[in-house]
Each structure stands twice: as structure tokens, then as C-alpha cells.
Write a protein that binds this ligand. Structure first.
Ligand code: SF4
Length: 243
């Protein structure tokens, strides 16, 4: 009898305390039932997408197109998916009727980023993930204080799904080394000063010495887009970090 989600999360953490990201991912995909990967096709995405492609090119890869992305991201998504031979990339977009009702002029991000992310990212993703037992994310501890205690596998409150974070303990150096070792194409905006890439209106260049995510929602307290929130609370965030 297969393990329930909570037991499997515990087992994956126990069994892979010393494993490589690839071994963890391979075993998790074999044990976790219906799994999808969620990818922004952003600055680091090629690493995890490459690992997935080595294991199962037909795994569903959900790409959230908020309809506010950089044009470079949309082009890169197609090029990278073709390069890796991924056969099941699904583009997820906001509900048209909801967009028309709640953000008819496309300017909601100027007045209420939380509502905008909910409309354009969190709600479409929640719909897309219905029916899956687990999903793979590219989150890493080094990216933000709210991710400092991120585990490779975690039970998602509220849904019972498992979130798999194979690169939780990776940082910039191994990511860059992996991209080089496998000759993977880089997102073109990285070389232009964007180490973290989200929607065009909410992403700015990062200066030398700044946190890689400093260009996301610059000048605001916001640090996460909401797809890792439950009930408006950033998951695994410590209270002091989230304040
Ligand atoms: Fe809207 Fe900005 Fe969030 Fe994109 S990142 S969904 S434009 S608030």
C-alpha cells in the first residue's frame, strides 16, 4: 500500500539526506504518484528542467504565463523546451473573465500587487494543480530569508500535496557550474542584470552586491508572488522574515 503524503514526505527526507538532487528527484517521481513540475522558465530554470528531461520528457511542466511576462521569457520558454526535448509543457494563463472583471486595464499591479499575483498566478496555478499529488518547484534556500529553512520535500498545508524542492540547498555557484557543464542556454535577461526574473512590470535590474531577488517588487515589502502562500501566509516563512 502506498504511503500517504505525510509519511512519504518524511520518508523522502529520511532516505535522501545525503542524495544528489538528481537521485532525490528520480526517486520522488517514482514514488509520489501524479507529479507536475512548475517552472517560470526564469534565470535558473534550465537546471531543474534539464534534470527532469533526463528522467521523463513527458512529465507535465506547467508554465504560468501571467500575460505580463517579458517577451524574452516567452521566447526562451519555447527555445529551452525544444532544446531539452520536453514534450508536455502546458502554458497556464489567467482566467479571461476574471481578468476582465478584476484587472480590465492591466494596471492592478500598480495599486495592489497581492491581488494581481493572486489573479494572474496563484489562482491559475491552483486550478492547474488540481488532481496532482505533488509538484516540483525550483525554490532554493539562498534566494530569500523566507526560504531559509526550506526542505527538499514538504507537505503543503491546505492541499495535502507534496512540494518537491530538489534544489533547496543549491546556490549560485553549483547552478552556474551545472549550466556550464551541460551547455544549457541562459535566459537572455540574466546577462542584462536580471538574476531573478518575474513579470515585466514588477522586475527591475539588480545592482552589484544586492540580493538576487532585490529587483522583484523593488521598493515594496513583497517578496513572494503568492503561489507558495496558503491563506495569504508565505509558507515556511518565519514571522520575523514575513513582517
Ligand atoms: Fe501582477 Fe506583478 Fe504579480 Fe506579475 S508579479 S502577477 S504583474 S503583481
Amino acid at each position: 500500500m502506498p504511503l500517504d503524503a505525510s509519511s512519504l514526505t518524511t520518508a523522502l527526507l529520511r532516505d535522501h539526506a545525503q542524495s544528489t538532487a538528481q537521485d532525490f528527484l528520480s526517486d520522488a517521481l517514482a514514488r509520489a504518484g501524479r507529479v507536475a513540475m512548475v517552472s517560470s522558465f526564469g534565470a535558473d530554470s534550465a537546471v531543474l528542467l534539464h534534470m527532469v528531461a533526463q528522467i521523463d520528457r513527458d512529465l507535465p511542466v506547467l508554465f504560468i504565463d501571467t500575460l505580463a511576462l517579458f517577451p524574452e521569457t516567452v521566447v526562451y520558454q519555447k527555445e529551452l523546451a525544444a532544446h531539452l526535448g520536453l514534450r508536455n509543457v502546458q502554458t497556464i494563463t489567467p482566467d479571461r473573465n476574471a481578468l476582465f472583471a478584476r484587472d480590465p486595464d492591466g494596471l492592478l499591479h500598480l495599486s495592489d500587487t497581492e491581488s494581481c499575483c493572486k489573479l494572474r498566478k496563484a489562482e491559475p496555478l491552483a486550478r492547474a494543480l488540481a488532481g496532482y499529488d505533488a509538484w516540483i518547484t525550483g525554490r532554493k534556500r539562498h534566494q530569500a530569508a523566507t526560504r531559509a529553512d526550506l526542505e527538499r520535500a514538504e507537505l503543503e498545508p491546505g492541499t495535502g500535496r507534496i512540494r518537491l524542492n530538489p534544489l533547496a540547498d543549491w546556490n549560485a555557484a553549483p547552478i552556474s557550474a551545472y549550466l556550464d557543464a551541460h551547455d544549457l542556454p541562459r535566459h537572455p535577461l540574466v546577462a542584462r542584470g536580471y538574476p531573478s526574473i518575474g513579470c515585466q512590470p514588477c522586475t527591475s535590474r539588480v545592482l552589484t552586491g544586492e540580493d538576487p531577488r532585490a529587483g522583484r517588487w523593488r521598493g515594496t515589502e513583497k517578496t513572494e508572488c503568492g503561489i507558495h502562500f496558503i491563506g495569504g501566509v508565505p509558507q515556511r516563512a518565519r514571522k520575523a522574515d514575513a513582517a
